[in-house]
Each structure stands twice: as C-alpha cells, then as structure tokens.
Design a protein around this ligand. Structure first.
Ligand code: AHR
Length: 351
C-alpha cells in the first residue's frame, strides 16, 4: 500500500512539473515579438498559417505591408501592378496602402503596419526627409523595413535593410549628356526649361543634380525656367503653358518624367508648335505613352526608369526573413532611347 502511495506521489509530481514547463513555454512564445519590446530580429508574429510558396524561412504566410506613393503616373501604375502580382506569386499576404502623395498618410500606414505586426514593411517614400521617428518605431518593434523606388535621407542606415531602385542621379546625367552632345557645337545660348517632379522627392532632387552636372561645362546651355509639375500630365500641361507665355524662345524641355512631357506636348501643340522639332524634348521613364510619343518624334530622348521592382522586392523580403546578408543598395539596370530606338523597343514594351 505504502509502495502504491509513493508511486502515486512520484506520478503527481511529474505531472505538476510537466504542466509548469508547458505554461513556461507558452509565456515565452507570447513574449516573442508580442510585447513591443525593442528587438532587431525579423518579426514573424503577423505571419498566418498557410502554404509557403515563397521559399522563405518558415512555413507561415509572410505578411508584407506596402505603402505606395499614389497613382500619379503610368510609371506608378506599372510599379503597383508589379508589386501586387509579385506578392501574389510569392504567396505573401500583401497589405497595400495608397498614400495619395501625402507623407502623413505614409506615416499613418507604417504605424498601422507596426500595430498589425506585419512580417516586413516596404514603402516608396513620397519625399526624402522626415522618416527617422517612424523608422525607429518599426526598428524598435523588430519589423524590418525595405525601401523601394525612392530613398530617404536618414543618416542612420540601420533603420532600413536595403534600398531597391534606380540611380536617379545617373538618370539625370544620361539626360544631360545627351543634350550636351547634341549642342556641343552651339554658338548661341540654348534655352532650356525644366519640369521638375514632386518637390522634395528623391527623383526630383537627383535628376536635377545629374542633369546640371553634365551641362555645366557648356556655358551656352542655360536653364531659363524650372518649376515643379508634380510628375502629372495635367500639371505638365499647365506649367508648360506658363513657360510658353513667359519666354519668347524655348529650345529644349527637360521633363523629369514622361507624364509631364506628354502634358507639355499638349501645351506646345495648342500653341502651334511642333513638339520634338521646334522644342527638343528629353524625359525620363519609358512608359508606353512616352515611348509612343518618342517613336513619333515628339520626344527626342527618353532615359529609362524601370518600375518593375516587384520580383526584386519579394526576393529581398525572403532574404531578410531568412536572416541572409543583403546589400544595403540594389540598383536597377536601365537604358535610354532615341526616337528610333523607342520605335524598335515599343512592340515589346510591357508597361
Ligand atoms: O519615383 C519614380 C518616379 O515617380 C517616376 O519617374 C515617376 O513617373 C513617378 O511618378
């Protein structure tokens, strides 16, 4: 009887130990990333059970929070489609938010992604400055951030894992070099007007910088007017109209994207001018509408900016979640087109 009693005791103690151990494990896992405590490891809390098509680090579904700039241009539409399709192909749960060109909307979206404990946050910042606080909040929550398309000017580069996108300064240089070559023998002043992208945005700042760098060695190449048209066709038309009213002789238009160049062409044609002949036009992007105008000789030179960043982004998400080393900067490969080259490339253009 005594023997049975002590066996029973041992059994009861063992059960209590097992139960305590199980409780301990549960508590530990709910503290993991769930407490909002600072952590630099990728947050997998928001992953949901599902089939892993992604080839990622776990068999849980990856949740990607993405904040897009808006829908201002054909380029942006192609970029959004690329991201949505690639997320689907990767088997990710994409939480997509359109900021409608407002930084405050992007900050709100990022904070909401943090609250939802998504696996990774990606965004294309509408402007370069003012991101440190919210990026620090994401870092403190242990959620990795990936920049796509546009950069931020934060000094602390540990606030994001990588920046995938074009070299906008190089794009500006290509535009400036083509112009400098065209006018290398010019004896008179060449009057250039410039349509800038969104004020404070990386592409507007960098495309201006690269262009000016390449034309400065020729004092005949002079920018006589420069204004933002916010990367849109409607504004491009409006600002070009005012340039035409204020300036008797305009030789060249440098537009920071196709959309603004297309609006400017409408303004030129309404004023009885032949786009591409009376005024030479250089633009950036290479979307279908821009390439069509170039193939018709209305745009003389297009510097390509590739919007199809989705596959590279999804790869980076997988790598970050698998704790793989990834480069701090991933530059997209791009080319440029004269009118003839645009005509040849147009049939295969995907966007
Ligand atoms: O950030 C990329 C730029 O944004 C594209 O050149 C422009 O068309 C878009 O709106």
């Amino acid at each position: 009887m005594k023997k049975f009693k002590s066996v029973g005791m041992v059994f009861t103690i063992a059960m209590v130990i097992l139960m305590l151990a199980a409780c301990g494990n549960k508590a530990a896992s709910s503290n993991n990333g769930g407490s909002g405590e600072a952590s630099n490891s990728p947050n997998t809390q928001a992953t949901t059970a599902g089939t892993d098509k992604s080839g990622g680090a776990s068999n849980k579904k990856v949740v990607l929070g993405f904040s897009q700039v808006g829908a201002e241009s054909g380029w942006r539409t192609a970029n959004t489609e690329s991201i949505k399709q690639s997320a689907k192909d990767a088997g990710f749960d994409l939480k997509f938010s359109d900021a409608q060109q407002k930084q405050e909307n992007q900050i709100k979206a990022i904070r909401s992604f943090i609250q939802q404990k998504v696996s990774v946050i990606a965004f294309s910042p509408v402007v370069e400055s003012g991101w440190d606080t919210v990026l620090q909040e994401a870092k403190d929550a242990g959620i990795p951030v990936i920049l796509t398309d546009r950069a931020v000017d934060s000094k602390d580069t540990s606030l994001y894992k990588t920046f995938i996108g074009s070299d906008f300064v190089e794009e500006g240089r290509k535009a400036g070099k083509w112009l400098a070559d065209q006018y290398k023998d010019a004896k008179e002043q060449v009057n250039i007007v410039e349509l800038q992208g969104t004020t404070g945005s990386a592409p507007a700042i960098d495309r201006k910088e690269g262009f000016e760098e390449m034309i400065k060695s020729n004092p005949n190449l002079k920018i006589i007017a420069s204004q933002t048209a916010e990367f849109t066709r409607a504004k491009g038309k409006e600002v070009m109209q005012s340039f035409l009213q204020a300036n008797k002789k305009i030789d060249v238009l440098y537009a920071h994207n196709d959309e603004m160049a297309l609006g400017a062409i409408q303004a030129m044609e309404a004023a009885g001018l032949v786009a591409g002949k009376d005024i030479k036009i250089i633009s950036v992007d290479g979307v279908k509408d821009g390439m069509t105008a170039a193939s018709e000789g209305k745009i003389n030179y297009i510097v390509e900016c590739n919007p199809l960043l989705g596959p590279q982004l999804m790869q980076a998400v997988n790598d970050v979640l698998a704790n793989k080393e990834i480069p701090q900067r991933i530059v997209t490969e791009e080319s440029a087109f004269t009118s003839d080259e645009a005509k040849a490339a147009l049939p295969d253009r995907k966007y």
